[in-house]
Design a protein around this ligand. Structure first.
Ligand code: AMP
Ligand code: ZN
Length: 457
């Protein structure tokens, strides 16, 4: 099967040709760990998890090395520590623990390696020294070390920008003593209150970009297959990673293919704490949205497109998953996912097309391939019989549901579809699945069944 991915640098889909079939190497920029992951942060985690699963299936489970780092050196973490009086270590340890728990709920597999930046400061210092020796970097008189951007002629090829049109972002503190406004920070001095490491340039800490370059070199080498991350990272972060890595290790080509996920917004608006449309993964789970439903909504839009997170989409995904669960209950998953689903993923991870194929399988009654394909995408992974609640409803509860269903039936008979619909929604909110047959309505408890909500009926 020919596999194609869209390469940000080439601006087109290119055939994926692994450097070494025995070890496919993938690096994705991971979270900065100072607060709970929001639903936007979950998008790259799920997108590149689908890629990881797909590569493992095609090239062998043990032939894919997936590295996703934790950025645990960053001025946002330092600020959090200053504001709360907590130690940096306790903030980053706790946030990493939360992140891992959240990703588990979304069925995101553990990457092969999850390095923390703090474990690689020695490698960062080494790489900065090489850059200074090669005259790609210099130390200014305030103790900052800066990368000399114009010393790398290919700068801007990834983001398709010309050097003179560039304006550097805010994420790395700017030094006033730059030789050129385009130069960016590799190392900055730390005062006593700020974390720092001893280096040839005094006690200080690395800039954000060099963290990834150094971890990549240590764990994947000078050339690797795929580099991923959110679209916001293309410039300047990834452009800077390329410049640093290609200047310190000129024989390696750094990343072969660059893949970037589009941004997520909520109900048509940019996610912002100030406007109240901001959710962490935990917020959603606390609100009763199942982790698999979150995962499915994240996969229903193609990874390169902007994703609009809406209540409607959550509800639609939840219904589809419940329906599929019912259809597949008691069925055995086929040995491999459907070839139509694999073909959709081989075409630049086309997950919306893959879901269209799942619907086809459901309509065709091919439940064993429906189940194995859904599981391949990280859904319905639990043993279905285990996932269904073994709750015994009381006679009173059963009577209540049956009486509501009778009312709904009567309403439909007199074409009062508004009332019929209201009753259906009321019952579904409790986590009960309704299936209308020609002469009756069957009902069952979904994995989301919430007994406490029965009192609302
Ligand atoms: P950060 O913790 O800010 O370094 O981000 C971790 C990852 O989440 C990066 O790959 C970002 O590009 C990505 N990311 C952050 N916000 C969003 C969003 N709203 N939509 C999609 N991806 C995002
Ligand atoms: Zn990075």
């Amino acid at each position: 099967m020919e596999i194609k991915f869209f390469d940000t640098k080439e601006k087109k889909k290119t055939v994926f040709k692994p450097i070494d079939l025995k070890e496919i190497k993938l690096y994705v920029c991971g979270p900065t760990v100072y607060d709970r992951a929001h639903i936007g942060n979950a998008r790259p985690a799920v997108v590149f998890d689908v890629l990881f699963r797909f590569l493992r299936y095609n090239f062998g489970k043990n032939c894919v090395t997936y590295v996703r780092n934790f950025t645990d050196i960053d001025d946002k973490i330092n600020k959090q520590s200053m504001d709360t009086g907590r130690s940096i270590k306790s903030i980053t340890d706790e946030t990493i623990k939360w992140y891992k728990q959240d990703m588990l709920q979304l069925n995101v597999l553990e990457p092969s390696k999850s390095p923390r930046a703090t474990e690689f400061v020695g490698a960062m210092i080494k790489q900065i020294s090489i850059l200074i020796n090669n005259k790609n970097a210099y130390q200014d008189d305030t103790g900052h070390v800066l990368f000399s951007t114009r010393s790398f002629p290919d700068y801007g090829l990834l983001s398709h920008r010309k050097l003179d049109e560039m304006n550097f972002g805010s994420r790395v503190a700017v030094s006033d003593n730059k030789r050129d406004p385009l130069d960016f920070i590799l190392w900055k001095p730390s005062d006593e209150k700020t974390p720092g490491w001893d280096s040839p340039w005094g006690r200080g800490r690395p800039g954000w970009h060099i963290e990834c370059s150094a971890m990549i070199h240590e764990l994947l080498g000078e050339s690797f297959d795929i580099h991923g991350g959110g679209i916001d990272l293309v410039f300047p972060h990834h452009e800077n990673e390329i410049a640093q890595s290609c200047c310190s290790y000129p024989k390696g080509g750094f990343a072969n293919i660059w893949m970037h996920n589009g941004f997520l917004q909520i109900e048509g608006e940019k996610m912002a704490k100030s406007s109240g449309n901001f959710f962490t993964v935990q917020d959603l789970i606390q609100m009763g949205v199942n982790g698999e439903v979150i995962r499915m909504v994240l996969m229903l839009t193609h990874y390169r497109q902007p994703l609009d997170w809406t209540r409607q989409r959550v509800s639609d995904a939840s219904k589809v998953l419940n329906k599929w669960r019912l259809l597949c209950a008691g069925k055995r998953a086929s040995k491999s996912p459907a070839s139509s689903v694999l073909a959709a993923l081989a075409d630049d991870l086309n997950t919306p097309k893959a879901f269209a194929e799942l619907h086809e399988l459901a309509s065709a009654g091919n439940y064993s391939e429906l189940l194995s394909s859904a599981q391949f995408l990280g859904l319905m992974e639990q043993d279905l019989n285990e996932a269904l609640p073994t709750i015994q409803l009381s006679d009173f509860e059963t009577k209540k549901i049956k009486s509501l269903l009778r009312k709904r039936f009567e309403a439909k008979k007199v074409k009062d579809f508004v009332t019929a619909d209201q009753i259906r929604k009321k019952i579904e909110r409790v986590g009960i699945i309704l299936q209308d047959k020609s002469d009756k309505t069957e009902w069952s408890l979904s994995p989301n069944f919430n007994r406490k909500k029965m009192k609302d009926l």
